[in-house]
Design a protein around this ligand. Structure first.
Ligand SMILES: Cc1cc2nc3c(=O)[nH]c(=O)nc-3n(C[C@H](O)[C@H](O)[C@H](O)COP(=O)(O)OP(=O)(O)OC[C@H]3O[C@@H](n4cnc5c(N)ncnc54)[C@H](O)[C@@H]3O)c2cc1C
Length: 432
């Protein structure tokens, strides 16, 4: 059996310890990566001891990582039906958005005006994506989702030459923009166009700076090899359709087209402490300060890294804390997340890892082969194997797989999907 994922300290649950647990009603607000991971973790860790309710306005779990392939192929973003997931996991579903929290009454208030009581509450409503740079094509928040596809075609025909890819200021996950730039460069190369000028503009001081060290160096080498110019320490703040204005300084960049990522803001829920951008304040364990038994995970929080794998680890840690609080004999969760990411380059994926302390990476690595299993783009302990089962064998198997999890005294069935298979060809590895 493969070892458990570094950064997790999940101990197997026994039937005895589960029967000694206090039954709780746990409400999860948000049916995205973090919310669904929390539900899977809670069901796996506590068996049937907890009643679980999902409050979410969406019908589907949107799995965004493949969205970057849409401008280049017919492959679409994946969606998974939340009603089916809830049926698999044994979760009550409430189709509404959470408007706020009444911590004194221990209820969530929905936009439809209903009040739902909780013993523990996990807020996972994600972030809001907005347009930060007028006249740019804002990936994932654009009124016309086909416009990037057209830009790629214009590049292939040689109809446009200069395209800038701009990472916005503020908290974001910049990796999809690197993928778009690298895959565009690959297309241009395949089309035999020699004089295209692709530029990546970013506030980061190094390529994918969160993987500072070996990971970032490998990304920088890919950019260089494909002829993408890297302009770091720069904010793109204005675009008139021809010229992109950069700060600091009064620099400009000529660009026929600009592709930008959306600016993210928090969900601004009532009765919940938020920062100036609407993100929910949390402590190192995901607890919302001042609100007993209320936790927040994922993109909705003040945590700097807005990434699905990180969101999933936060969800696992909070699920473990809640289960421990109800009497489960589980080891305390780690507060040191492991960042794992797949970078599509148009010339084979690059697998990046970094251990994160205080919102920054301390050790990073890059490899050409996936060092985790299943090799999902969102490296989530419970969600990745569950979705892998759904993708490969259909829903019935996925449900059986989940049911098989709580076997007495045994490691959870999903753990064997996780961990390093070994034999990884490292392109670079830090030891600091
Ligand atoms: C183009 C793109 C590519 C990406 N690629 C990757 C990748 O390869 N790997 C990776 O790890 N991450 C990737 N990410 C980041 C990843 O998608 C996010 O970090 C992750 O989805 C965050 O999970 P979340 O559950 O916090 O939020 P979300 O996934 O956004 O889910 C939020 C959920 O809450 C619901 N909701 C909203 N408001 C409310 C409310 N008021 N009450 C209740 N529910 C509400 C929404 O309907 C949604 O279901 C990518 C992001 C983008 C945009």
């Amino acid at each position: 059996m493969a070892p458990p994922v570094p950064g997790h300290s999940l101990a197997p649950m026994t039937q005895t310890s589960r029967s000694q647990m206090r039954p709780l009603h746990v409400v999860v607000a948000g049916g995205g990566i973090a919310g669904v991971e929390a539900l899977l973790a809670l069901r796996t860790l506590t068996g049937d001891a907890f009643t679980l309710t999902l409050v979410s306005p969406a019908e589907q779990l949107h799995y965004r990582p493949f969205a970057v392939l849409e401008p280049f192929s017919a492959r679409a973003t994946r969606h998974y039906d939340l009603a089916e997931i809830c049926a698999d996991v044994g979760v009550r579903r409430h189709r509404d958005a959470v408007a706020g929290v009444d911590a004194e009454e221990r209820t969530v208030v929905t936009e439809g005006g209903e009040r739902i009581a909780y013993d523990a509450l996990i807020l996972a409503p994600g972030a809001r994506a907005g347009v930060g740079l007028e006249r740019a094509h804002t990936f994932f928040a654009d009124a016309n989702p086909d416009s990037l596809h057209w830009i790629v075609q214009e590049l292939e025909r040689g109809a446009v030459k200069r395209v800038a890819f701009a990472v916005p200021p503020g908290r974001t996950w910049p990796l999809p923009l690197y993928e778009l730039a690298l895959m565009s460069a690959a297309r241009v190369r395949e089309a035999g166009v020699r004089d295209a000028e692709l530029t990546l503009v970013t506030p980061e001081d190094a390529p994918l700076g969160i993987f500072q060290g070996a990971g970032s160096a490998a990304v920088g080498e890919r950019l260089e090899r494909t002829g993408i110019r890297f302009v770091g320490n720069s904010y793109a703040h204005d675009y008139d359709g021809r010229t992109l204005a950069l700060t600091p300084g009064e620099r400009t960049l000529e660009a026929d087209r600009v592709v930008a990522l959306p600016v993210l803001t928090g969900p601004s829920l009532g009765g919940v402490p938020i920062d100036g951008d609407g993100f929910v304040h949390v402590d190192a364990h995901g607890r919302v300060p001042g609100l007993p038994d209320v936790y927040a995970v994922g993109d909705a929080t003040t945590f700097a890294i807005k990434q699905g794998g990180i969101a999933a680890q936060q969800a696992d840690a909070v699920a473990t804390l809640i289960a421990r609080g109800a009497g489960a004999s589980l080891a305390a969760p780690s507060t040191r997340p492991l960042l794992r990411a797949v970078l599509f380059t148009g010339d084979g994926p690059l697998y990046l890892r970094a251990t994160i302390t205080g919102g920054e990476s301390v050790v990073s690595s890059a490899s050409r082969h996936c060092p985790w299993w299943p090799p999902h783009k969102v490296a989530a302990r419970y969600l990745a194997p569950y979705l892998a089962d759904r993708d490969e064998s259909g829903r019935a198997t996925a449900r059986r797989h989940l049911r098989a999890v709580p076997s007495p005294g045994q490691p959870t069935a999903v753990v064997h999907h996780d961990g390093d298979p070994g034999g990884v060809e490292l392109l670079g590895h830090d030891r600091r």
